[in-house]
Design a protein around this ligand. Sequence first.
Ligand code: TPP
Length: 555
Amino acid sequence: MTKISGGHLVAKYLKEAEQVTHVFTISGGHIESILDGLTEYGLKTIDVRHEQAAAMMAHAWSVYTNTPGVCLVTAGPGFTNALTGIVNAHLENVPLVVLCGRHPIRDDLKGALQEMNQIDMVKPVTKWCATCYDTRRIPEYLAIAFRQATMGRPGPVFLELPPDILFAEIDGGSSPVVPRRRHKTATRPIQADLEAAARIINAAQKPVLLGGTGIGLSDCGPALKAFVEKTGIPFALINYGRGVLPDDHPLSLSEGGFTGITSGLPVADVIVAVGIRFNWVLQSGQLFPNAKVIRIDIDPHELDRNQTATVGLEGDAGTVLDLLLPLVDKRDHGQWVESFRRAYTAFMTTELEKRRTPSDPIHPSRLVAQIMEVFGTDAYYVADGGDTTYYGLSGFSSVHRAGVQIPAGGLLGCLGTGIPFALAAKLAHPDKPVIVLNGDGSFGFNSMEFDTAVRHNIPIICVVNNDCAWGMIKHSQEISLGHDRCTCADLGMRHYEKMVEGLGGYGEIVTKDEEIIPALKRAAASGKPACVNVVTDPTVTSQATILFYQSFSEL
Ligand SMILES: Cc1ncc(C[n+]2csc(CCOP(=O)(O)OP(=O)(O)O)c2C)c(N)n1
């Protein structure tokens, strides 16, 4: 009978049972057998320059493809470097599968190279973690890992694979790889709760639907469309729910940006919250003190977290919306939608004016508008930074699912996520432009991944919103400590475009408004991974910074 090594068995399982096509990784001796298996079975390896980026790219792959992303890292430092990416996926409920090397079992407690207790360290930030001790059981462990990552409320999982079991060979037939059965959750709310929710929706005068990652992971576009169009409820989608229905849908409130949306919520009388957590982003639910709240979530613990639901409906977002559909009335909330829009349009007047008007020095809002002018809504946008994320979120718009992502604005608030997200977006959608707007500070964390982009020919366009500072921090220090006491907040002018050029990409510096569009067009035409380094007004402070500072000063 033909023999197969543990490492090859891992690759065989990924390919045949899970149809995995891409694995994000950095090599290491402990995992060599898996890497060789990936070659043997024809999986594409995207080898990066820092394991943090491998974890973040695999996380983003889950977001852009709705299939679990896989990252493979070596023992010890490979593991610790990936940890930030794992925590980020944990806080965002993303189905990330982390395969990790480990010191040999036979060397436990001997002081082996890269020996450390990875499991205890990763346990609090994963849905499931384990060590596989038997080559024959590799397919079984992997099946558990994928099930745990994807079923119910998704999350990252961690499987440690020691070299003793990876290099060992077994009879090929003794550990068959069978496709994993996919089960969709069948949890459904009781009928009385569905009817109570429908009564509230049917009586609403000023309802708003807020959708989050649960909508994105449920991928329930048709159910959501049918529900909002029958009930006439205007909606706002954030996080990985963004774009499940396009921003240009007549009932979408996305054009107001998040600040616009929050400005209208205090007068709402009913909030239908679907797959969205009431965390700091929604000010723990305090944004809508006067509303009855219907909360729909796959995790029952979320239904009353931070604010008791008027009615809580446990289940998959799409399934629950389908169940509600026959119970709700056909309504037209046209007047309410218009008054909501008028409220945020007035609120945004200055911002809209800034977008239209050439500026010197360049205003970040104008920069975002010029980027939109070139690439339009048929593109994928990522923003990363502090103030930069505020401008990106309010100015970018896309017709695609997850077409506008602000991964640094998640619960971990993790700078450096932008370039890995953009690379994964381009791998998942090679025929669409992918633009990442980076703060100059956050650019530094994963900018070496431009080497990955060049080696693998992943032509993203990175626009650096270069204010020569850790802007959000600098501006909050200016407000709280004074202009003369800012600490660790300045970066100075750096030619990031030359760095990208040095790595084999395309680079340009821009200092004048009229240069922005031609530079972006040349960057796109180069067909290379590109960096357009735009020097922007260092004095501009975003609304987000002011709110952020206020939230601390109120402590
Ligand atoms: C990994 C990480 N380190 C530090 C911070 C703290 N932090 C939040 S905003 C910010 C400044 C971001 O500066 P930049 O990326 O240049 O964007 P800007 O605010 O200038 O748009 C920092 C350092 C963080 N959120 N994440």
